[in-house]
Design a binder for this molecule. Sequence first.
Ligand code: PRT
Ligand code: ZN
Length: 291
Amino acid sequence: MIANNGRLKIAIQKSGRLTDDSVSLLRACGLEFEFQKQSLYSPCRNFDLDILALRDDDIPEYVQDAVADLGIVGENIVREKRAQVETITKLGYGHCRLTISVPQRSTIRTVGQLNRKRIATTYPSTLKQFLRSQKLKAEVIELSGSVELAPTLDVADAICDIVSTGTTSRMNGLRPLHVVLPSEAILIANRETMKNPAKKLLVDRLFIRISGGLQARGKRYMMMNAPSSAIPRLKRIIPSLKSPTVVPLAEEGMVALHSVIGEDVFWDVMEKLKRAGASDIVVVPIETIIK
Ligand code: PRT
Ligand code: ZN
């Protein structure tokens, strides 16, 4: 049932690894709201949107059942719950991978050798689907947590669990064997919401803001002065998305060049630009890029 007050509802994780980044993402979209972990609803003051704080495991189903129109949750949870929802976009945070690992001393070296072995997991559905796809018969042992302890307790020969830095695995004497599913936070939508013109309009407005922030991520805006004679040289150095904007300056024979640049290459490029004749180089952060 879609609540009919016309406002969108977006579900985000109440308290956990995705919470801070999800709140920051919504704030970066210009949304004004108080977010309190204790309260279920946080209404936005300047957009027809209410934020619902929920356990991440419940989000896919609540979006599927229209308790919320939208949700931000790990792809791993959406897959595991087999939720019938629409994925709108990946969000670039909460990166991790659902991984099959075995004890360091295990003789299992290939996925094929998992046949007839015991694998402990909190992701039974995704694991079973993977085993079927590999035509493997293994016993899936469903646990509710602390999966990494299962081999030590001799409850399992392998585990299938979320890995991020890999520290937990290493500390428990496990080595990765196979990545079943790479995952990150994604924005999902209820299918009926996307067919409702008024709600779809709100979703589109929100999506433009979110993708603007995603486009701007890792990019800076760079401005510099240079003699016009240096333009061809400078243009070759700047790996911008489009050709840089060139603006004439009041001083005869001088121009200003503006360009978007990736922060990963910025220092290298800046040194080259200086050597090629650029001066007064100013670099500023970009909040959003609307295409
Ligand atoms: O209370 P609630 O049910 O909402 O939260 P939760 O405790 O179930 O989930 P939470 O907050 O731990 O994770 C939310 C989402 O973050 C997950 O569904 C993933 O999409 C994503 N994510 C990213 C992770 C990790 N990184 C991660 N490292 N989820 C879990 N982990 C676990 C991992 O299983 C391991 O046990 O963190 C531990 C440390 O990982 P390493 O490899 O960095 O040592
Ligand atoms: Zn959870």
